[in-house]
Design a protein around this ligand. Structure first.
Ligand code: ZN
Length: 83
């Protein structure tokens, strides 16, 4: 199903700016640079290549531009059980 308002692949690869200290902390935790990973379209946790269609909704897409986590890792991080 195509949602006209959905965040596109292009927008998905624009990382939300975060304080440098926070980015540095995340980089220490994950071993990868969040902004670089998002620009490359990868997940900072599992390394999967993500596309706009991989996400359930715009909220999840937006979360990706913030945290760099794919849908699967977001579900895991936020404790959503798979059905
Ligand atoms: Zn992932």
């Amino acid at each position: 199903m195509n949602n006209k308002n959905k965040i596109t692949d292009k927008e998905l690869n624009i990382p939300v700016e975060k304080p440098a200290a926070l980015d540095a902390l995340l980089e220490r935790l994950t071993g990868v640079d969040r902004s670089t990973m998002i620009r490359l379209g990868g997940c900072v946790f599992c390394g999967a290549i993500v596309e706009a269609d991989d996400f359930e909704d715009d909220l999840s897409r937006k979360e990706y531009t913030i945290s760099g986590m794919c849908q699967k890792c977001q579900d895991h991080a936020f404790g959503i059980e798979e059905e």
